[in-house]
Design a protein around this ligand. Sequence first.
Ligand SMILES: CC(C)(COP(=O)(O)OP(=O)(O)OC[C@H]1O[C@@H](n2cnc3c(N)ncnc32)[C@H](O)[C@@H]1OP(=O)(O)O)[C@@H](O)C(=O)NCCC(=O)NCCS
Length: 140
Amino acid sequence: MFSIIEYTDSHFDGVDTLWRDAFPDDSPWNAAHISIPEKLRYQPNLFLVVLESGRVVGSIMAGYDGHRGWISRTAVLQSHRHKGIGEALIQEVEKRLAALGCVKINLQVVASNSAGLGFYRKCGYEVEQRVSMSKLLSKA
Ligand SMILES: CC(C)(COP(=O)(O)OP(=O)(O)OC[C@H]1O[C@@H](n2cnc3c(N)ncnc32)[C@H](O)[C@@H]1OP(=O)(O)O)[C@@H](O)C(=O)NCCC(=O)NCCS
């Protein structure tokens, strides 16, 4: 049995462990000690964790910029996958974004992440003909 709640400081170590497990090749600027304090400055109620027996087993970050909703950092511990935890996280964050007035959610998946693509397709997301662009403003 798992529950989905908003992140609090007591979850830091659990999320750090989860992200190391789920994103082993992550960019340094995505590290928990950098990205969590930043997220807590903006819409912290869209940073959710999944607890099972008090342990963090999943997390997700989302945001609404007034035009689009964005989802990122969807993660479930390898030992807890394929039990519906990821899909439950998406559904909870969709509910929260819709309550803010969001009509469309965007997200990015690394093209080689076939598992991530399969997961998001199952959750109802479609691949659109867009080119993803980005610019790094500062390096961690
Ligand atoms: C993607 C991820 C969050 C899925 O979490 P999960 O809890 O295992 O997902 P669910 O159990 O809710 O799966 C829901 C559906 O997604 C699809 N799915 C899940 N994992 C999949 C995989 N590895 N390959 C293809 N489809 C998959 C399935 O259709 C599944 O439904 P089913 O179990 O009825 O077949 C998890 O694998 C993960 O943390 N991956 C590493 C991080 C990552 O790549 N995140 C996404 C990009 S940021």
